[in-house]
Design a protein around this ligand. Structure first.
Ligand code: GLA
Length: 390
């Protein structure tokens, strides 16, 4: 990515006429496998990546919030006491309003603040640009109020903000891996216990992300519908969540559950099993088996969960063909557009890149954005007045 994030404190000072007291950062993520399993109390295997959102902040003596989104040159202003606008308004400031509201609800004494935001996580790509913004804000707000950083709690508040302020009834994966990522590792998350187990990625592994160019806009309705279908099946099976079901259990209930809901549940149950196996085969460096699991995950998202699109299916097939048995590819993220993730030895990157450039065009007719990423560190405080470096 070419967007330069350095100098945020300086840009804050240019705009607000004073120094920030804290600068924080939180990364985007790519999910290697485990889609739509998080809100079913299941397992996911994402990694934080090198693109991120940064937030510079300084408290004010009043109750006014002023924000500048530097990448788009837009500002917003409101009062702490203003009601949270209804979800679904679609304005970028809704993410900031939501996160501040959740942190206040948590009981932290948030003062008025000036905020500058900059980031290079591509938007609409399914790489969690909004989760990274919310987590970076949470880090800065906790720090500003002198509260000990509890990164799991910050992730939960960021998830609550997405649900309440934005209207997507999402799970915890994006926010938690943004908060808890580790360099060189994917993170196996048990979304029931919120336990995070780092899985070391094999030496020489390349993570390629290809943005289909199909933007994931306005997909809240389809996402929330999937979640409701999963919860309805769990209810019909008499379990807390689909995490607690297996295929035998589902099959015995086939006459009571409609075929579409059956298919949704089959995806979740089989995907959970694939994540558990993926964590061990990745740790063992078995890219061939990992590729087979990624292929099965993609087919399941296409046929059972119905969240892929024909263009994305074609892009994944192209990647799989170019990679062969030395890795794999699948759509990543919530679906209905966004990016595909591919794993392969670094030595194959050039050839696979060439195949994608030759064989895929975005709906706008251009070459797709291709990112070669490494698994990165989760959210952190970059500088603060206390350390004298802001
Ligand atoms: C979005 C949501 C996550 C998760 C994925 C699908 O990214 O924010 O909670 O459900 O979709 O795996």
């Amino acid at each position: 990515m070419t967007i330069v994030l350095d100098g945020l404190a300086h840009r804050f000072a240019n705009h607000f006429g004073r120094q920030p007291t804290v600068v924080s950062r939180a990364p985007g993520r790519v999910n290697l496998i485990g889609e739509h399993t998080d809100y079913n109390d299941g397992f996911v295997l994402p990694a934080a990546i090198g693109v991120e959102t940064r937030v510079a902040m300084a408290p004010r003596p009043d109750d006014i919030i002023r924000v500048i989104a530097l990448d788009i040159g837009e500002t917003a202003e409101w009062r702490l006491t203003d009601a949270l606008p209804p979800s679904g308004e679609g304005h970028w400031s809704q993410h900031v309003r939501g996160m501040i509201a959740m942190v206040r609800k948590e009981g932290l004494a948030v003062p008025g603040v000036d905020i500058a935001i900059a980031g290079n996580v591509p938007q609409g790509a399914g790489l969690s640009s909004s989760a990274s913004l919310a987590v970076a804000l949470g880090m800065a707000l906790y720090h500003s109020t002198g509260t000990n950083l509890d990164t799991v709690r910050i992730a939960q508040l960021a998830q609550a903000s997405e649900i309440e302020a934005v209207g997507t009834n999402c799970g915890i994966m994006d926010q938690l891996v943004s908060a808890r990522g580790e360099a060189g590792h994917a993170i196996m998350i048990d979304c029931r216990s919120l336990g995070c187990t780092p899985v070391r990625l094999p030496e020489g592994l390349a993570i390629m992300i290809v943005h289909s160019g199909i933007s994931r806009g306005l997909v809240e309705g389809a996402y929330n519908e999937r979640r409701a279908q999963c919860e309805a099946v769990a209810g019909a099976l008499g379990v807390v969540a689909l995490r607690d079901a297996d295929m035998a259990m589902l099959d015995t209930a086939a006459d009571r559950i409609d075929p579409v809901a059956m298919a949704r549940a089959r995806h979740v149950i089989t995907e959970n099993a694939r994540v558990l196996e993926a964590a061990s085969v990745l740790a063992a460096g078995d890219l061939g088996r990992m590729g087979a699991l990624m292929a099965a995950s993609h087919s399941s998202m296409r046929d059972d969960f119905a969240i892929t699109t024909p263009a994305i299916d074609a892009l994944v097939a192209l990647l799989q063909g170019a990679i062969g048995t030395q890795g794999g590819a699948r759509m990543t993220g919530g679906g209905f557009g966004g990016a595909c993730v591919a794993l392969m030895p670094q030595s194959r990157v050039e050839q696979v890149t060439a195949a994608v450039r030759e064989g895929y065009r975005t709906p706008a007719g251009s070459e797709p954005l291709i990112m070669i990423e490494r698994a990165s560190e989760g959210a952190s405080i970059l500088s603060s007045a206390q350390t004298g470096s802001a």
